[in-house]
Design a protein around this ligand. Structure first.
Ligand code: LMR
Length: 335
């Protein structure tokens, strides 16, 4: 008959297990939290700034003491030329560059810079939610796309009195983000594009290093460009949105439950940031009107047709590297 008395070995083994179980919480609580650095270049009172803070709040609520999210706004940690490199080096863990800034790493994402590709933000949203849009999360080169965040449609501004027709920007110097499509866009207009970091734009406009720029209502307001520009043409000629990206290797090395929790928090922060983007666009446009500095000029249908015609060669030029299928998928999102 088998003895029901536990052997000395069993007692020792059980004792060790109990001791281990008791010791584990102490070890766990003494463990340093996982620190996630989220760096970006815009002000806090912007859709991206608020989205990053909401992500932090959600993550820290889900994983109290286990995960800490540190958000660095306004190029405090890295400016936009450096933040992508810093992510690959593991110096930051999450960034949300504008889609234009992936130019060096992935030619397909240049799609978003094509002028007059999307009629409005609803079309941008439809495309980003589609399988074709999501396929761009596979950026390669060590990046992993997590979400698209909106900012909004771009407007052009200049230090001249009029900005409604393509010829109004001819011969002017324009700050652009580091994107070859945007460079081709201004060349097609007979303007002179200059790639420049976001953090340098206000001063470049103020001192006349450049005559104009293109950006969203939110950035034009939060960076105070309207104070140093005479005219804003309501061109809505392109989109400035973001891809929230992480370092694929770092992400894959996280404990599975944390990865799941981060994905859930990101999905929730995305809904929040995207809703805010719509609100900021309207409110910041109105604040610029109220400030009474730069004057806003709206375009007629005829003006828009002239811009489209002038910029059509840009679409032809980049059809090869971006891919006709992708361009057509994006065009289909315009209802
Ligand atoms: C810019 O450089 O103008 C923008 O990409 C900045 C931003 O992140 O919105």
């Amino acid at each position: 008959m088998k003895s029901i008395n536990p052997s000395r070995r069993q007692i020792l083994a059980t004792g060790a297990t109990v001791a281990g179980a008791l010791a584990f919480p102490m070890v766990a609580s003494a463990q340093a939290p996982i620190v996630i650095k989220f760096s970006h270049v815009v002000a806090e009172k912007t859709p991206k700034g608020q989205g990053a803070l909401r992500f932090k709040e959600l993550v820290e609520k889900k994983f109290p003491g286990r995960v800490q999210v540190q958000v660095f706004p306004s190029s405090q940690l890295f400016g936009d030329a450096k933040e992508l490199e810093a992510l690959l080096l593991g110096d930051v863990h999450i960034i949300a560059p504008s889609l234009s800034k992936f130019d060096r790493y992935n030619k397909k994402i240049q799609l978003f810079d094509l002028p007059f590709l999307f009629d409005d933000m609803a079309a941008v949203d439809r495309f980003q939610s589609s399988a074709a849009g999501k396929s761009l999360f596979e950026i390669g080169r060590g990046f992993r796309g997590l979400a698209y965040w909106h900012n909004g449609m771009k407007q052009m501004s200049s230090n001249r009195d009029k900005l409604t027709r393509p010829e109004d920007v001819k011969g002017l110097k324009f700050r652009i983000q580091a994107s070859d499509v945007l460079e081709a866009q201004f060349r097609a207009l007979g303007a002179s594009p200059q790639k420049m970091a976001f953090s340098e734009v206000y001063q470049a406009l103020q001192t006349g290093v450049v005559d104009g720029q293109e950006n969203t209502w939110s950035n034009t307001y939060s960076q105070k460009y309207y104070e140093v520009q005479k005219t804003i043409g309501e061109t809505n000629h392109g989109v400035l949105d973001y891809m929230v990206v992480t370092n694929a290797k770092w992400w894959d090395g996280l404990p599975a439950d944390i990865r799941t929790g981060l994905s859930e928090a990101m999905a929730e922060a995305t809904v929040y940031a995207n809703k805010l983007a719509g609100d900021f666009s309207k409110e910041d446009r109105q604040k610029i009107v109220d400030a009474g500095k730069a004057k806003i000029q709206t375009l007629t249908k005829d003006d828009v047709a002239a811009w489209r015609k002038a910029l059509d060669p840009v679409l032809q030029k980049f059809e090869g590297p971006i891919g006709r299928d992708l361009i057509q998928a994006a065009q289909k999102s315009n209802l």
